[in-house]
Design a protein. Structure first.
Length: 214
């Protein structure tokens, strides 16, 4: 009498089931192996969704102003706000915040005259923030600039509280004001007639002036 634990491998149906099970198990192992080995992940150094790059081109003024230090930088894609930090040493870990700006320009009026400072800028968009930028040194002048044949640095134009200046607006205004191709003769820009010192007014429209009469 044959043992009840002895399996007749000659059974064709049993052999087919064993083969199917072996093929299925091998397929599962192959899928798991390739999925774990070639899983998709962000490439090191590349930006992914929801990240901001640190601002570049940070430049702080060196004795150009007696009342402040001017800082400017390159605009960064996706940034809606920039936060500026300052330190007397080139150490971002102990730097303190000095203000924010919606444009790529900031003036620090709290800087002590003659003191060397390091400035950093961080890009932000809601809860998303970038790393700090590279630092740049800036200094507030200790005395008025000596008279020279060169003009002193221009102060920023007055800006309405409800209409802050941005890099885009500044570029558009520059193009509209100085582009000669926009005139009827394509030879004279608006900047040749309008006076920046008087808010961009045209002397030909001032009632009673010689240019208006002529």
């Amino acid at each position: 009498m044959a043992s009840p634990y002895f399996v007749k491998l000659e059974d064709p149906f049993l052999m087919n089931r064993i083969k199917l099970f072996a093929v299925f198990a091998f397929a599962c192992l192959a899928v798991f192996f390739f999925a774990s080995r070639y899983s998709i992940s962000p490439v090191s150094g590349q930006g992914v969704s929801g990240t901001l790059q640190p601002p570049t081109g940070v430049s702080a003024s060196d004795g150009d102003y007696t009342t402040k230090v001017g800082i400017n930088w390159d605009t960064m894609r996706g940034a809606t706000l920039y936060r500026i930090y300052r330190n007397t040493a080139d150490n971002p870990g102990s730097a303190t915040e000095v203000g924010t700006s919606a444009s790529n320009l900031f003036f620090d009026p709290t800087a002590v005259a003659g003191q060397q400072y390091f400035y950093w800028v961080r890009a932000e968009n809601g809860g998303t923030v970038s790393n700090l930028s590279a630092s740049d040194q800036g200094t507030r002048a200790t005395a008025p600039n000596a008279p020279s044949i060169f003009y002193s640095p221009l102060e920023p134009p007055p800006v309405p509280a409800g209409n802050p200046i941005t890099a885009t607006k500044a570029s558009l205004g520059k193009a509209l004001f100085w582009d000669e191709q926009m005139s009827s003769t394509k030879t004279v820009s608006c900047g040749t007639c309008h006076r920046p010192a008087t808010g961009g007014s045209d002397p030909r429209t001032v009632i009673g002036s010689n240019m208006a009469r002529n």
